[in-house]
Design a protein around this ligand. Sequence first.
Ligand code: NAD
Length: 306
Amino acid sequence: MKVAFLGLGHMGLPMAKNLAAAGHEVVGFDVFPAAVEAAREAGLGVAQSGPDAVRQVAGDTGAVVITMFQTGAQVIAAYRGTDGTDGLLGAATSGTLFIDSSTIAVDEARAAHALAEAVGHRSIDAPVSGGVVGAENATLAFMVGGSDADFATAQPLLEAMGRRIVHCGGAGLGQAAKVCNNMILAVSQIAVAEAFVLGERLGLSHQALFDVASNASGQCWALTTNCPVPGPVPTSPANRDYQPGFAGSLMSKDLGLAEQAIDLTGVGARMGLLAREIYKEFADGAGAGQDFSGIINTIRAESTPA
Ligand code: NAD
């Protein structure tokens, strides 16, 4: 397939490379010139602008446009075009499939779908989890929102970049799944960290608590993969001074999107909103640059002296 890939950052560039490695013809663009240069060096086709990349693949039945930006505002601005400049939607041949893999708010994803549909295009939201390592190794998980037909068209491309592809429902429901999953993760990582600090104060060794909880009802990913103390899980970020992993700043961003969804729906999500507050403080302060499991050090710092 011919693919215009816009947004060649930490995630986008390795994803675009995997599409090319699977035999798709990729034309990339990023507003950051060094990212375009890196794509050129990797042997990808490059364009002068986003709409230029779209035009280079347009005309071909089945052309696809993938966006991998930071925010929903960037996606909507690029779809529409800004200050009278051409947008991605306007540059595409009618019926082009737009895949947005950026992590953005559910309502922003629905707005992007509506913009694409209004001018006769097809679209899916397809955010990912798995981080840069998953992007490089083509082992990402994709959570997809959109129609059955558009999901089916996208599937071979998503399979070239990922390992687990779940069609979650209609427009925006890929983003909904991502935000709900990450809210579970944030709350459970805080709960596990609090339990370890409480155990320390009670004289319980890290290993003993791990051996019990990992085989009991406290079992969860935050404990058995991302264990916030060094030792029990040698590969967890706690063993390398909390280098990410999954950066606290990204968790804070995702919880901001969860908060938007909570406000939109009126759900009484006290734990989710508290986790949002805790991770915002963490990412803006002591935890800047750290894996989100480093929250355990904040909990220790906030405990009364032993
Ligand atoms: P990044 O900042 O490295 O890359 C985004 C790129 O988009 C930048 O290079 C930027 O210049 C480019 N861009 C912005 N507007 C553009 C436009 N109009 N045209 C062309 N390029 C444009 O971010 P990232 O780490 O690659 O993350 C991308 C998305 O994936 C984010 O929404 C993030 O939340 C999500 N995500 C990231 C990770 C991760 O581990 N990094 C994991 C899961 C999901």
